[in-house]
Design a protein around this ligand. Structure first.
Ligand code: ADP
Ligand code: MG
Length: 234
């Protein structure tokens, strides 16, 4: 099989609902989605339609009510929480709308953390974190804590942290949603360059059609399913 066509993430027949009895809210209803190796996909859909739900399921942060989630070809639903956590740490990078960096640690320490958890030595982790900071053009901010960084800088650190362990899949939930348009464009470009340069596979939720168009393809959520989406002309 062509390497680029190898699926790294497969969601099959996914159901997800919240609530019980009369007040059940069905968010995903038999949703299918495949992300192939090296592919970048934008998830563009209105607020409340289930983008975060889909990303959390894909990132093994939640369980579906029905259906299969495969990461790197491995079916993850039946696995223990420990196994799911291990797979998440090894194979998934997550970027949130709000950076979620550890406030008491510096930028470089935040990027070293997942590598140290994965068992890398201090020197190796620092070297890799330093390269990522330079790549994101915030090398001069290495020793600053999150509160001392601008919103765009915080998100660049969060992106660097998410890719520090070279994950199989990068999931980003409106990673530039909190930034002004100019900063959003700059941060997204840095994210895109990093993803392309490292051949990462990425699923990125965004409301921004200009940014969505830069991905290999776009999908949206309609009636609880994932369908192809055309973000329109530039
Ligand atoms: P999006 O990210 O597209 O804005 P979400 O996936 O966050 O959408 O949410 C989809 C819908 O599910 C929303 O109506 C939201 O209120 C609801 N929802 C999300 N999480 C929960 C939860 N834990 N309990 C109940 N309802 C939830
Ligand atoms: Mg959301």
């Amino acid at each position: 099989m062509n390497q680029m066509k190898k699926p790294v993430l497969t969601l099959t027949g996914i159901d997800r609902h919240y609530g019980q009895g009369e007040s059940v809210l069905s968010i995903l209803k038999g949703a299918n989605f495949t992300l192939n190796a090296g592919e970048t996909v934008a998830l563009v859909a209105p607020s409340g339609t289930g983008k975060s739900t889909l990303l959390h399921l894909a990132g093994l942060l939640e369980h579906p009510d029905a259906g299969e989630v495969k990461v790197g070809g491995l079916e993850c639903n039946g696995l223990s929480d420990e196994r799911r956590t291990a797979i998440r740490r090894e194979s998934v990078g997550f970027v949130y709308q709000f950076h979620h960096l550890l406030p008491e640690f510096s930028a470089i320490e935040n990027i070293m953390m997942p590598q140290l958890i994965a068992g890398l030595g201090m020197a190796e982790a620092r070297e890799r974190a330093s390269q990522l900071l330079d790549y994101m053009r915030i090398g001069h901010r290495a020793s600053h804590r999150p509160a001392e960084l601008s919103g765009g800088e915080q998100q660049r650190v969060a992106i660097a942290r998410a890719v520090a362990n070279a994950p199989l899949v990068l999931l980003a939930d409106e990673p530039t949603g909190n930034l002004d348009p100019e900063t959003a464009s700059y941060v997204f470009a840095a994210l895109e360059a990093l993803v392309r340069q490292s051949g990462l596979s990425a699923l990125i939720a965004t409301h921004n059609h200009d940014l969505a168009r830069r991905m290999d393809r776009c999908v949206t959520l309609a009636d609880g399913k994932v369908i192809a989406y055309d973000p329109g002309a530039a």
